[in-house]
Ligand binder design. Structure first.
Ligand SMILES: NC(=O)c1ccc[n+]([C@@H]2O[C@H](COP(=O)([O-])OP(=O)(O)OC[C@H]3O[C@@H](n4cnc5c(N)ncnc54)[C@H](OP(=O)(O)O)[C@@H]3O)[C@@H](O)[C@H]2O)c1
Length: 228
């Protein structure tokens, strides 16, 4: 049985990862501001805010997945310095804090690895994404730096999703017409589901990915690389 720490496992992609890892027979720790409304012998939960609280100690960890993020989309003239700082804090400094808190424990794990989250809006320029793309580009840099620094012991990878049906995206995917338009902008003509992303996270923390590190995995219906 593996021990998986998910920061932000109460909603969206993190919730999907927690549920699939529990189904695989692994033990999951969900550290978020709210708890999942399920109880299970293999689920440990503690309410926690990455911006204000210290992470609780965990004895054994094989994988750390950092999910908190933001979609703060505004034209550049409406973005205040504070927006950039807030996006950097939740996306980048929260991830750094999590990695530092658990690094020594992770080093003793079985095929240990870290998964971070970027966005398709780093490799594809998109209007109104200035603040979040700055923060997520930081995550991509962090992924590569940490992967180099922690090799050969700990693998570090990043997933860069396109817009995905979760709580975070519900203000954007707010009706069927909008969903259809957005799906049609993707080469694969689909809206990405949280399970599409959690499948990639499950793979990256598994032994099947034992030779993969420092990668940005684009789960985006082809959007970042294809023009058709
Ligand atoms: N959904 C998309 O369209 C999309 C697209 C590209 C990239 N991404 C990235 O993918 C990642 C996951 O996104 P998602 O859509 O699953 O987001 P989500 O539905 O908003 O879930 C985020 C999770 O993080 C937790 N969280 C947020 N702030 C926190 C804090 N201060 N302290 C502790 N936990 C906190 C939330 O739980 P609580 O509220 O209970 O704390 C929740 O469990 C993010 O990094 C996001 O930027 C998402």
């Amino acid at each position: 049985m593996k021990n998986i720490v998910v920061i932000g496992g109460s909603k969206g992609i993190g919730r999907e990862i927690v549920s699939s890892q529990i189904n695989l027979g692994n033990k999951c720790y969900n550290f978020s501001r709210s708890n999942l409304e399920i109880s299970h012998n293999n689920l440990v939960q503690e309410k926690f805010d990455i911006l204000n609280d210290e992470l609780p100690p965990v004895e054994n960890i094989d994988a750390l997945i950092y999910c908190p993020g933001s979609i703060n989309l505004k034209p550049i003239l409406q973005l205040k310095e504070e927006d950039f700082i807030n996006d950097f804090n939740i996306n980048v400094l929260g991830a750094v804090k999590s990695v530092k808190s658990f690094l020594n424990t992770l080093k003793k794990g079985d095929n240990p690895s870290i998964v971070l989250f970027s966005t398709v809006a780093v490799s594809q320029g998109m209007p109104f994404h200035s603040s979040v793309s700055v923060a997520k580009a930081g995550i991509e840099g962090l992924t590569k730096s940490l992967a180099a620094e922690l090799a050969p012991n700990i693998r570090v990878n990043c997933i860069a999703p396109t817009i995905t049906r979760t709580d975070m995206a519900k203000r954007i995917l707010r009706n069927e017409k909008i969903e259809e338009n957005i799906a049609n902008k993707h080469p694969l003509k689909k809206i990405c589901e949280a399970k599409d992303i959690s499948d990639m996270a499950d793979f990256l923390i598994s032994s099947r990915a034992k030779n993969i590190t420092g990668q940005i995995m684009h789960v985006d219906g082809g959007m970042s690389t294809l023009k058709i």
